[in-house]
Ligand binder design. Sequence first.
Ligand code: PMV
Length: 321
Amino acid sequence: MGGESARSIGFAPAKAILIGEHFVVSGAIAIAIAINLYAKASAALAPRGSISISAPGLVDGAGPRGARSGGDPFEPLASMTRAFLERYGIDQGVDIRLSSEIPLSAGLGSSAAIAVSILAALSGLFGIRLGREEMFDLAFISERILHGNPSGIDHATSIYGGAIAYSPSMGFRRLSVDCDITLIIGDTLRRRSTREQVLKVQDFLKRNEGIAREAFERIREISEMAISCLEKGDMRGLGALMNENQALLSKVGASSRELDRLIGAALEAGAFGAKLTGAGGGGCMIAIGPQEALDGIEESIRRAGGVPYRVRMDKVGYRVC
Ligand code: PMV
């Protein structure tokens, strides 16, 4: 047989939730930005009926839970791919190769970015102009299999890029943020399951109605104020709101000792604000601060046992090459 058939490449960014994780699952507004860490999928035609997905560079595949439970870690992505092919009446198989620079199971939306990168690659391969809403629905297929009851914010942010406000009932709103946003991420290196963290926090909220009511009321105000800070470029104000959000996340059991240590270290080094991002219980925290404090914040996180890195907001979302 001849050489390889042409491959189509898709990229999709990770996300960091600035405000509102967990509460968004029950309907609150969350705010997230896409960040410049990317998942990459390359897709080529394969014999009819064959969907092959491989990821030699990924530690435990795009579906860590599938891998741990002994199932096929790529089945959620294969289901999504089948749904794409069916929806567009494509009677062809595909070969998909994945790579990613996004830490897995760390709160940065790696599984969503991988799903979106596949959809981007498939749309390029078959010359289909996928609307963002269609892409959102399709990526939800694998996200639901992996995470149980996700809000949708991870893949929404990866698709749209930039800064978005999202709630399951309102959908997304792109925020007009002119400034560049730099985040320091601190990885605890402790991996955890989003699904289990979400169940744990939802259970806490159900059993503690008083705390839940107060927290939801405050989160509503925090989200509104955070949107206005972002649109005005008021990073100091945003930082104060992130700190308040972290206190609420701690109260409902989403944080961890390691996260608290890294958050404390970032604040000591002059961060405006620091909090866990994503499901918590491990994974990553984020900090924002003045330009001149960023080196110190990274160093402080390192000394506290975390792995720091610096990321910027991605303004574009997914790309097809
Ligand atoms: O940990 P991640 O990157 O999967 O983010 C989860 C965010 C939650 O709000 C906890 C769940 C969700 O679906 O919104």
